[in-house]
Ligand binder design. Structure first.
Ligand code: ZN
Length: 237
């Protein structure tokens, strides 16, 4: 298996996708057995659905929130948190995650970009009001302005939050090691991010269960296996 001498790198970016949380009992959204395959995506998790019926969007993510609150970080999340803790002065690392489960933070990672928001948070559809934690079962009205509240996640047809996008771009610009874990290397955002990282001169590694087909030449290396087994081995003690 590939080895990584982490101490050699000054600016490490780790992109994580659904595959890193499977061992925590969270199902991937896409692919066989994925949540998205069971629901009518166009009706439930789009900007248009939110405009039409915010209560239906809320109900869908209430279920996602229950699963997330019941899940615990697995050895893959823990390994990344350990890696961050042992960085030397002058080394930086950021985890950019597509997941909305908050498991990186719960494992102890500090520099985390939630590209797609968080299942644990919600916000007003009109004003700046926000909430977090134990959410009401039914879609609540905003305590400030009375509009519907909504999950603080990025729905289909919505943009990634400006702050998340800015932090990601900044990290990729400086990056000398890019590792994508548990996400398809051949679709966005991994496919875009790896191109930026390569342009910046980074070494690029994909850790995933399935081999890329076709293989994306932007990735220097591909490590096949379960994230919860591969990452602890790659990171070491
Ligand atoms: Zn409001």
């Amino acid at each position: 298996m590939a080895t990584i001498d982490w101490a050699r790198y000054h600016s490490i970016v780790v992109l994580t996708g659904a595959g890193i949380s499977v061992a925590s009992g969270l199902r991937p959204y896409r692919g066989p057995g994925g949540l998205w395959s069971e629901i009518d995506v166009d009706r439930v998790v789009t900007a248009a659905a939110l405009a039409r019926d915010p209560r239906q969007v809320w109900a869908f993510f209430a279920e996602a929130r229950r699963q997330v609150l019941a899940a615990s970080p697995n050895p893959a999340h823990v390994a990344l948190a350990r890696l961050e803790r042992r960085l030397a002065p002058g080394q930086a690392m950021v985890v950019v995650t597509q997941n909305i489960d908050g498991l990186h933070q719960r494992a102890g990672s500090r520099e985390v970009v939630n590209l797609h928001g968080s299942a644990r948070r919600w916000r007003c559809t009109r004003c700046e009001a926000r909430g977090e934690g134990e959410a009401p079962e039914a879609c609540p009205a905003c305590p400030t302005c009375g509009a519907w509240m909504r999950p603080d996640v990025v729905l289909f047809d919505e943009y990634v939050a400006a702050e998340a996008e800015w932090r990601t771009k900044r990290a990729l610009r400086d990056c000398d090691l890019f590792v994508a874990v548990g996400t398809s290397g051949t679709v966005t955002p991994a496919a875009n991010f790896v191109r930026s990282a390569r342009y910046a001169g980074a070494r690029t590694v994909l850790v995933n269960l399935e081999a890329m087909a076709p293989r994306d030449p932007e990735f220097d290396e591909e490590v096949l296996g379960r994230a919860e087994e591969v990452l602890p081995a790659l990171v070491g003690d």
